[in-house]
Design a protein around this ligand. Structure first.
Ligand SMILES: O=CCCC(=O)O
Length: 465
C-alpha cells in the first residue's frame, strides 16, 4: 500500500493500491504515442501548455499548498511559496523556451550549418517528497517545452501531491497520455528505465538512490540528470556583516524544516568572530516558532517521516558523543508528530558525523576556521558539491574565493536558492547535469548538427588545412 500519513499527527490519511503492470504498460504506450505528436508542434504552440499550467497552479494554490503541508509537514506559508514558484517557473519557460530552443547557426565551410534542439522522447522523472510540486515542475516545464513527454514516479509518502500534479496537467490541457503519474513501488523502477519507450531519466533524491538509478540508466545507456544530496558550507569571514549573516544563516538552515538539498548545513566561521556569530545565530534560532504547520506563523513544523527524525537524532547524538557542544535543541519532543527541535552543534570538527554526513533536518553544525584559506579547505572537504554561501565585505576577494569552492553554485552575501533563471545542480556526489535556466532545457534535447552542402571548401579531417 502507498500511504499518505500526516507527519504532524502520525495518523494515516488515506492509502492507495499501487498501480499494477497493466497500468504501467498502458502509461508507457500512451506517453510514447502522445510524444510522437507533441514533438511535431512548434515551440510557440507547446509553451501554451506551460502558461496553462501556471494558471491552474495559481488558481488552485490554496488547495495544493494544503496538500503539501498535510503530506510532508512543510509550514503552510512555505507551501504556498512553493506553488507560486512552480507557476513562476512555468511562466519563465513559456517566455524563454522559444529563444533557448531556437536554431543556432554555425560558421563553417558548409553552405549552411546549424545546431537544432530536438526532443529526446519520454523522460522518467523520479521525484522526492521535500518539494513535492517544485521538484516536478522545475523539470517538467522545460521538458514539455522541448517536446518531451514525462512519466512521474513520485516519493511514496506524497501520493496525493502526485495525483494532484496529474490533475493539474489534465486541467491545463496536456495532450492525453503525454504525462502520467504512476503510484508504484521502487522495485518497479528498473524495468521502466530499461523500457525502450523511456528515453532518459531525471532523479532528485538521495545520493544512495541516485547511485542505484544511475547504474540502471547506465546499463541501458540512457541520459540522466541527477540532483542528489548536499552538505552546503555557509562561510562567514571576519569582515562580514555578522548580524545580517546570522539572520540569513538561520533561514538558510531551517527553511523547509532543514529538509532541502541546498540548506546550509556546515557553518564555517572565522575563529576571531565565531563566538559573536554563534551568539547572534543562537538568539535567532531560539526565536523560531515550532508548531502546527497550518499556523501561518509557524517556522518549524514536523519532519516528513519518523525514520528521518530518528536518523537525524542519531547523527546529533554521535556528534555530541564525539565532542561537539550542544548549544540548542538536541532532544526529540514527546507527543504526537515527527517534530525535532531546531538544534545547534558548536565546535564541530571535520571528523565528526555532522560534518562528514548530510544532516537532512533542523540541525546546524558550527565549525571554526583560523582564516579564509582554511575555511575554503574545510568547505571542500566533503563528498558533496551542491551549493555554498560566502560572507565577506571584500567582494574582490570573494569573487576569487568563489572560484576555489567545489560546488555547482556559490552565493556571496546571500543564501543558496534555486531560481528559474540560473542553472542548478552539483558536482561530486551531489550529482550531475543541470536544471533550470538555459542549461536545464538543454539537458533533455538532442543537440543536433544540420549540415547543408555543397561545402565551400572540401571538408578535410582538419578544418585548418
Ligand atoms: O532539495 C533540493 C532543492 C531545493 C530547491 O530547489 O530550492
Amino acid at each position: 500500500m502507498i500511504t499518505s500519513i500526516n507527519p504532524a499527527t502520525g495518523a494515516e490519511v488515506v492509502h492507495f493500491e499501487p498501480h499494477n503492470d497493466a497500468v504501467i504498460e498502458s502509461a508507457l504506450q500512451a506517453a510514447a504515442a502522445a510524444q510522437r505528436s507533441w514533438r511535431q508542434e512548434s515551440v510557440s504552440e507547446r509553451v501554451k501548455l506551460l502558461t496553462a499550467m501556471a494558471r491552474v497552479l495559481r488558481s488552485g494554490k490554496a488547495r495544493y499548498a494544503a496538500l503539501v503541508t498535510e503530506e510532508m509537514g512543510k509550514p503552510i506559508v512555505e507551501s504556498e511559496g512553493e506553488i507560486e514558484k512552480c507557476a513562476w517557473n512555468c511562466d519563465f519557460y513559456a517566455d524563454h523556451a522559444p529563444n533557448y530552443l531556437a536554431d543556432e547557426p554555425i560558421a563553417s565551410n558548409a553552405s549552411e550549418s546549424s545546431v537544432v534542439f530536438d526532443p529526446l522522447g519520454v523522460v522518467l522523472a523520479i521525484m522526492p517528497w521535500n518539494y513535492p510540486f517544485w521538484q516536478f515542475f522545475r523539470f517538467a516545464a522545460p521538458a514539455f517545452a522541448a517536446g518531451n513527454g514525462a512519466i512521474l514516479k513520485h516519493a511514496n509518502n506524497v501520493p496525493r501531491c502526485a495525483m494532484a500534479i496529474a490533475e493539474i496537467m489534465e486541467q491545463a490541457g496536456c495532450p492525453r497520455g503525454l504525462f502520467a503519474t504512476l503510484l508504484i513501488e521502487p522495485s518497479k523502477v528498473a524495468s521502466i528505465i530499461a523500457d525502450e519507450r523511456i528515453a532518459a531519466v531525471t532523479l532528485t533524491g538521495s545520493t544512495e538512490v541516485g547511485a542505484i538509478v544511475a547504474a540502471q540508466a547506465g546499463k541501458a545507456l540512457k541520459k540522466q540528470v541527477l540532483e542528489l544530496g548536499g552538505s552546503d558550507p555557509f562561510i562567514v569571514l571576519a569582515d562580514a556583516d555578522l548580524k545580517e549573516a546570522a539572520a540569513i544563516a538561520v533561514k538558510a538552515r531551517y527553511i523547509n524544516v532543514g529538509q532541502s538539498c541546498v540548506n546550509a548545513k556546515r557553518f564555517i566561521i572565522e575563529e576571531s568572530i565565531a563566538d559573536e556569530f554563534v551568539g547572534l545565530f543562537c538568539a535567532e534560532v531560539a526565536n523560531l516558532k515550532i508548531g502546527d504547520p497550518n499556523d501561518r506563523d509557524t517556522n518549524i513544523g514536523p519532519m516528513a517521516r519518523a525514520n528521518l527524525r530518528d536518523g537525524l537524532h542519531r547523527q546529533v547524538e554521535i556528534t555530541v558523543a564525539a565532542g561537539a557542544t550542544l548549544r540548542l535543541g538536541g532532544k526529540p519532543f514527546e507527543g504526537q508528530g515527527y517534530y525535532y527541535p531546531p538544534t545547534v552543534l558548536d565546535h564541530v570538527t571535520r571528523s565528526m558525523t555532522a560534518f562528514r554526513e548530510e544532516t537532512f533536518g533542523p540541525v546546524a553544525a558550527i565549525i571554526r576556521a583560523k582564516d579564509a584559506d582554511e575555511a575554503i579547505e574545510l568547505a571542500n572537504d566533503t563528498e558533496f558539491g551542491l551549493g555554498a554561501a560566502l560572507w565577506t565585505r571584500d567582494l574582490e576577494s570573494a569573487r576569487k574565493l568563489a572560484r576555489r569552492i567545489d560546488a555547482g553554485a556559490v552565493f556571496i552575501n546571500g543564501m543558496v536558492a534555486s531560481d528559474p533563471r540560473y542553472p542548478f545542480g552539483g558536482i561530486k556526489r551531489s550529482g550531475y547535469g543541470r536544471e533550470l535556466g538555459v542549461y536545464g532545457i538543454r539537458e533533455f534535447v538532442n543537440i543536433k548538427t544540420v549540415w547543408v552542402g555543397p561545402a565551400k571548401v572540401p571538408p578535410t579531417t582538419s578544418p585548418r588545412k
